[in-house]
Design a protein around this ligand. Structure first.
Ligand SMILES: Cc1cc2nc3c(=O)[nH]c(=O)nc-3n(C[C@H](O)[C@H](O)[C@H](O)COP(=O)(O)OP(=O)(O)OC[C@H]3O[C@@H](n4cnc5c(N)ncnc54)[C@H](O)[C@@H]3O)c2cc1C
Ligand code: FES
Ligand code: FES
Length: 485
């Protein structure tokens, strides 16, 4: 189907898309065109940068998403291993990470929204190397290392040495990060991650930090503190362990930690906050974090069952394997399953899944609010998980199963959540409604009786500018209680 005239189409940005199904093939593609081939994992950073005109020299995206085995979290004598496709929501759901790397799980839960966390990866977060990136401080505080591979070589670097400056790393254009290794916390070690943003979800941090302490026989034997958004890179506070060693973690020790943190931070004024506010936050947040560690309350704010917006058959890992590899350029077609029907259409590279569904498949229920992952209006079900379709390369849909709002109703019967939106008047202009309905449908599929906190958490990635959220919450409540059915 051709819905748009050529002049109406968004410009093609990266003309070629490759989805290899082995690591060797991905590395070969990178070494064949150094600097011109760019790896993509979740795409949540890269697609926004491309949309803003960045990476003009890139002419092929190498999507790692179909390579088997890169999405695993394992624990062995060497540590916790995160593959390069491990998403933030996989870490949130991982008992291994929650138990042995709590600050990392807490950091992952703070990233964006549930839809974003289903695609965005920990490795992508590290490679972008922004000082505001949440998992970097958690991983630095935990003493993590990265594994870097190119065709025929493999090396390992401490994360502290991997990040070389503001958004720069040691990574060469022909290299991939193929894993993150996190030392598990010991029985006598405690850790915490805390973040303050301008709102509770979808907010880059004004300040964040991660801290660990090891307390044996009542005194500190080791301590780390990493600060984010207060310097050109995430920074580790120097001399902290030496200052606290052999002392109980009491008010005096905590004040010393606060003073060291304050000396380490060199915040700037920016859109999110003035430097003076950030400097005060460093002190307040460090004091609160170490007080929580002293009283063993680092996990008290962890929600019992954070919604992931995963369908019943989805375990956090998207399908991979040889049947799913593709190589396509702009005029090439892909075949996918949308709302139960097989769909083939062209114009798949350089555009997002959102554009492709609307312009080529004709499904205009999928809305574009912001085109950068902020509003949730473009939420669709991709292979069983809710995702922001504006942050998915269209060609990634080859071989996928997609459900849009048009596919929710069963013959003449609305999906219960659609009916509930009608019954509770949860719609005003209706622009946000398809995305909200998709998120709500995923929520009640995953957690049939969500509590109020879970509803708020699940819908944090969806903005509504007119109805307000009470009627929307009432719609979910109607489905949960069965009222009105
Ligand atoms: C709306 C929105 C909200 C956000 N909120 C937050 C937030 O609260 N906290 C936060 O920290 N971040 C946030 N982010 C940023 C982003 O989601 C994260 O940094 C995410 O973890 C990036 O992972 P990705 O898999 O999507 O990376 P991609 O976009 O796929 O890649 C990011 C970079 O890493 C490179 N890359 C990817 N994988 C590899 C690899 N294996 N080897 C080498 N290079 C690789 C890519 O080439 C690219 O340069 C937000 C982004 C958006 C759009
Ligand atoms: S989140 Fe995709 S259009 Fe706003
Ligand atoms: S009903 Fe208008 S934006 Fe939500």
């Amino acid at each position: 189907m051709t819905a748009l005239h050529d002049v109406q189409r968004p410009p093609t940005r990266v003309p070629r898309y490759e989805a290899p199904t082995s690591l060797d093939a991905a590395l070969q593609l990178l070494s064949d065109s150094p600097g011109r081939a760019r790896p993509i994992a979740g795409g949540t950073d890269l697609l926004v940068e491309l949309d803003g005109g960045g990476h003009a020299d890139v002419d092929v995206l190498v999507d790692l998403g179909r390579i088997p085995g890169l999405d695993e979290i394992t624990l062995d004598d060497d540590g916790i291993h995160l593959g390069p496709l491990v998403s933030h929501n996989q870490v949130v759901a991982s008992q291994v990470c929650r138990t042995w790397a709590l600050p990392l799980a807490q950091a992952c839960l703070e990233v964006g929204s549930a839809q974003l966390r289903n695609r965005a990866t920990v490795v992508g977060n590290i490679v972008t190397a922004s000082p505001a990136n949440d998992t970097i401080s958690a991983l630095l505080a935990l003493g993590a290392a990265v594994e870097i591979s190119s065709s025929g070589t493999r090396r390992r670097l401490d994360l502290i040495d991997f990040i070389t400056g503001f958004r720069t790393t040691e990574l060469g254009p022909h290299e991939l990060v193929t894993g993150v290794i996190v030392p598990p916390m010991g029985e006598d070690q405690r850790g915490i991650f805390v973040k303050l943003g301008l709102r509770r979800a979808q907010a880059i941090s004004v300040v964040h930090l991660a801290a660990t302490v090891t307390i044996a026989e009542g005194v500190v034997s080791d301590a780390t503190l990493a600060l984010g958004s207060v310097a050109p890179t995430v920074v580790l506070v120097p001399d902290l362990a030496e200052r606290l060693q052999g002392r109980p973690l009491d008010a005096g020790a905590i004040t010393d930690a606060v003073n060291l943190a304050s000396q380490t931070a060199s915040p700037i004024d920016d859109l999110r906050a003035p430097a003076s506010f950030r400097a005060e936050l460093v002190e307040t947040m460090t004091r609160r974090a170490f007080t929580a560690l002293a009283t063993d309350e680092q996990a008290t704010q962890w929600p019992t069952e954070p919604p992931l917006l995963w369908g019943t058959g989805f375990d956090g890992r998207f399908p991979t394997g040889s049947g799913l590899g593709i190589s396509v350029d702009h005029d090439g077609s892909i075949t996918t399953t949308v709302n139960g029907a097989t769909v083939s259409a062209a114009h798949t590279t350089g555009v997002t899944l959102l554009d492709w569904l609307r312009d080529e498949v004709g499904l205009t229920g999928v809305k574009e609010g912001c085109a950068e992952g902020e509003c949730g209006a473009c939420t669709v079900d991709l292979d069983g998980a809710a995702v922001m379709s504006c942050l998915v390369p269209a060609a990634r849909a080859a071989g996928a199963t997609i459900v849009t709002v048009e596919g929710l109703a069963d013959d003449d019967h609305l999906h219960p959540i659609q009916q509930a939106f009608v019954d509770t008047g949860a719609v005003q202009c209706g622009f946000c409604t398809p995305g909200l309905i998709m998120a709500c449908a995923k929520l009640v599929e995953e957690i049939p009786d969500p509590d109020q906190d879970q509803v708020v958490h699940a819908l944090a990635g969806n903005l509504c500018r007119c109805t307000g959220y009470r009627a929307i919450e009432a719609a979910v409540a109607q489905v949960v209680t069965g009222a009105g059915r």
